[in-house]
Design a protein around this ligand. Structure first.
Ligand SMILES: [Zn+2]
Length: 345
């Protein structure tokens, strides 16, 4: 058991900590937010969406890596692919400007190597299938630039299916034929299917259609706090059974409370229902969330690790939650290197 927050921070240096979802690239794209520069931590009520993550504070928190989520305004859809490319440009530029402080990673193995080398691992994922503009062929275009997951839905219906909430939400319509084609393409190219924000029918359709493990990159759980944004126990078990992982979100609104203990409740529920091989971190930092008290930015992550240790999680289970499970899923869905022309090892 960890004896203090400092011990938790030390623990992070032994085991790679990888978060599944932070929306930082949109900040860079829209306001020039520099991921390499240290930013002040804002007061809780002021943070509302900006500036939770940067490289210096990731180092303070002992965080090994981040999968950067890239979302798009769905209307007009014609602008969505360009927005994704601009956000990818922001990530590439931040890596280039980091002086070796951050490196592009594709696989779990890459993340472990970056961690061993003391370099921050940067990965990318897309939030919302509108980025494809209804064309499954675009999966390859984005995958070749390092996109490791695509969230099929966001806050509006698109050619792939229907969201759990938002414009065009509908409970009785699952994945479309385009959605099935997109999943086939993602399976072929080694892109992980992300089921955050999708409605239940689409969720189960996608799991049945995918031949590789899925993830839910950022979500709360219904079993602790019933809410449209949270997934229920059957969904948790379905992800666990498919060998996937579930990133628990750091948003007071969806957790149903403002303390770290409430976040711990959600994480412990995932472990109880779906097993210790399923739980992961999916902060949604920089995604207009108000995080729990004591977790106001990425540097404070050891507070969560310490709290979970006090709630009885073993070091082994903590290692899985903090990054081990996410890394396993990245490795179980390897990118199709030859097709994508990935030249790095
Ligand atoms: Zn989201």
């Amino acid at each position: 058991m960890l004896q203090s927050v400092d011990e938790a921070r030390e623990f992070h240096r032994e085991v790679p900590v990888l978060d599944l979802h932070a929306d930082t690239p949109m900040l860079s794209n829209v306001s020039g937010y520099d991921i390499n520069a240290r930013h002040d931590r804002k007061l809780p009520k002021a943070i509302n969406g900006i500036g939770h993550v940067d490289v210096p504070r990731m180092r303070d928190g002992g965080v090994a890596g981040q999968i950067f989520g890239m979302w798009t305004m769905p209307y007009p859809e014609i602008l969505c692919p360009r927005s994704i490319h601009k956000q990818l440009d922001c990530i590439d530029r931040a890596i280039a400007d980091s002086g070796g402080g951050m490196r592009r990673c594709w696989t779990g193995r890459d993340v472990r190597e970056a961690h061993a080398a003391g370099t921050i691992a940067a990965l990318a994922g897309i939030e919302g299938g509108q980025a494809l503009r209804g064309n499954p062929g675009r999966v390859e275009e984005f995958a070749a630039r390092g996109v490791r997951y695509i969230g099929l839905l966001h806050f509006s219906a698109n050619a792939l299916g229907k969201p759990a909430y938002g414009k065009g939400a509908q409970d009785d319509i699952g994945l479309s034929s385009v959605g099935h084609e997109v999943i086939d393409e993602m399976n072929r190219l080694g892109v992980i299917v992300d089921l955050a924000h999708i409605n239940q029918m689409g969720f189960y359709d996608a799991i049945a259609a995918s031949n590789s493990p899925p993830m839910v990159s950022h979500t709360g759980v219904h079993g602790v706090h019933p809410h449209w944004r949270n997934i229920d126990d059957d969904q948790l078990r379905a992800i666990g059974d498919a060998g996937g992982c579930v990133g628990v979100i750091f948003a007071r609104k969806f957790l149903g409370g403002k303390g770290i203990d409430k976040l711990c409740d959600h994480i412990l529920h995932v472990i109880e229902v779906a097993g210790e091989d399923t739980a992961a971190l999916g902060s949604d930092f920089d995604g207009f969330v108000v995080p729990p008290v004591g977790l106001e930015d990425v540097s404070l992550l050891p507070n969560l690790t310490y709290a979970l240790s006090r709630r009885g999680l073993s070091d082994n289970t903590l290692a899985k939650l903090l990054g081990g499970n996410a890394i396993r899923v990245l490795d179980d869905v390897p990118p199709a290197r030859e097709i994508l022309g990935i030249d790095k090892t």
